[in-house]
Design a protein around this ligand. Structure first.
Ligand code: NI
Ligand code: MN
Length: 225
């Protein structure tokens, strides 16, 4: 059974028997992260978009442990140019990796690198492993096609941004849950900085009122998939 650990912000670690898969490993410079980039060996690193709070430490982590970065074409090429291993894919595409499958989904957002260069279209991702499907929204506003994503890929765990300002806020994220219809929802991308303060209990209550399950996962806490 795989283990899913919240590293803070939009950063997650999925541990299978064989592999450590990070998503958006923003650790260095993250006021809430409890681990350092080199504390846990990475095998695969999925990057949803190029913003510093998502690309994070992906490149140094990948170089330190020979991990494979999985991202859109523009981000993968950037990482390869910086000396990391990367697999290029893009929105709508699915690819099988040793741990399972990744499909990149749309996201309504921006995606420039911290140095200003172009990161292509931002994404979310579906991670399918051991018979479970995780949907990480990345940074995005609410969009109707989430309904299609949920219909075509029954989602076990929905990792959804609720911090507002840069992404969906609480009420839009509640609507996203209604669109995706996941078995379990976990909010993310809130309270890391003042500008994305959000009331996770308010989110939980509103999602529960619609008949869906929510778990508030603290930083460093894990749940079994
Ligand atoms: Ni962003
Ligand atoms: Mn962000």
């Amino acid at each position: 059974m795989a283990k899913l650990t919240f590293l803070s912000h939009s950063a997650w670690l999925i541990e299978t028997n064989q592999y450590n898969i990070f998503i958006d490993p923003f650790l260095e410079g993250n006021p809430q992260a409890k681990i350092k980039p080199t504390d846990i060996k990475a095998d695969f690193i999925i990057v949803t978009h190029a913003h510093g709070d998502h690309l994070g430490d992906a490149i140094p982590m990948a170089k330190a442990s020979n991990a494979l970065i999985i991202a859109n074409n523009e981000i993968a090429n950037y990482c390869i140019a910086k000396g990391a291993k990367a697999h290029n894919m893009h929105i709508g595409g699915t690819r099988e990796f040793p741990f399972g499958k990744v499909k990149l989904t749309p996201a309504w957002h921006g995606s420039s690198f911290p140095d200003g260069s172009y990161g292509g279209m931002p994404t979310g991702c579906l991670v399918m492993l051991e018979g479970k499907t995780i949907y990480h929204t990345g940074d995005t506003g609410l969009f109707m096609d989430m309904q299609l994503i949920g219909e075509m890929n029954p989602v076990d765990v929905f990792l959804v941004s609720i911090g507002d300002n840069f992404t969906m806020g609480v009420d839009d994220a509640v609507k996203a849950v209604e669109f995706v219809k996941p078995k379990l929802t976990i909010p993310m991308h809130y309270n890391t900085f003042d500008v994305i303060k959000a009331d996770a209990n308010d989110f939980k209550n509103k999602v529960n009122a619609k008949g869906y399950n929510v778990k508030l996962v603290g930083i460093g806490e894990s749940c079994q998939l």
